[in-house]
Design a protein around this ligand. Structure first.
Ligand SMILES: [Zn+2]
Ligand SMILES: [Zn+2]
Length: 166
């Protein structure tokens, strides 16, 4: 199958759970519904889907919270990153776009749950902006850089990492 050539990877913040998509994912969207807001602790959930047969867990396992009887939300038990959403009767599964190693390649094409969309959502991109380090003191920025426990944006051979993060 030509689909087996595709390998798009992602995982949680700590790296205990890693996955691979073996088909180009489709239907990229953001969902503003109240359940997705809670599940992501955010204003919306960014999601993109593949057939279940094209989803492979390559490290660890998903913890599951059933937000309703038909809906399983998969996350990392270790660090809490939201990773998947699956309706039990569906042949498809969606993954959180932010957990992909290259999330910038998946642009949302639709919005769902717009009845729950934050009333100021369309103003977010016009808020005053700063780069990450402008807020940190040089001392704090150095401490964060020296003790980064976030898994890198690619598959790794060993987890937990011996050197602690990179
Ligand atoms: Zn994790
Ligand atoms: Zn939703």
């Amino acid at each position: 199958m030509s689909g087996r050539q595709t390998r798009i990877t992602g995982g949680c913040q700590c790296g205990a759970v890693r996955y691979a998509l073996h088909e180009q994912p489709t239907g990229p969207h953001i969902c503003h519904c109240r359940m997705c807001q809670k599940a992501f602790g955010s204003f919306f959930a960014p999601l993109v889907g593949v057939p279940l047969t094209a989803f492979e867990l390559t490290r660890g396992e998903l913890a599951i919270f059933k937000s309703s009887d038909p809906t399983e939300r998969g996350f990392c038990r270790n660090c809490g990153t939201p990773l998947t959403m699956h309706d039990v009767d569906s042949p498809r599964i969606t993954v959180s776009i932010g957990s992909l190693d290259e999330p910038e390649r998946i642009a949302p094409a639709k919005q769902f749950g717009i009845e729950s969309r934050m009333p100021w959502f369309d103003r977010l991109v016009r808020l005053p902006g700063e780069k990450t380090t402008e807020e940190d003191t040089p001392d704090l920025a150095a401490k964060i850089a020296a003790s980064n426990h976030q898994h890198p944006d690619h598959d790794t051979a060993v987890w937990p990492p011996a050197g602690g993060g990179r």
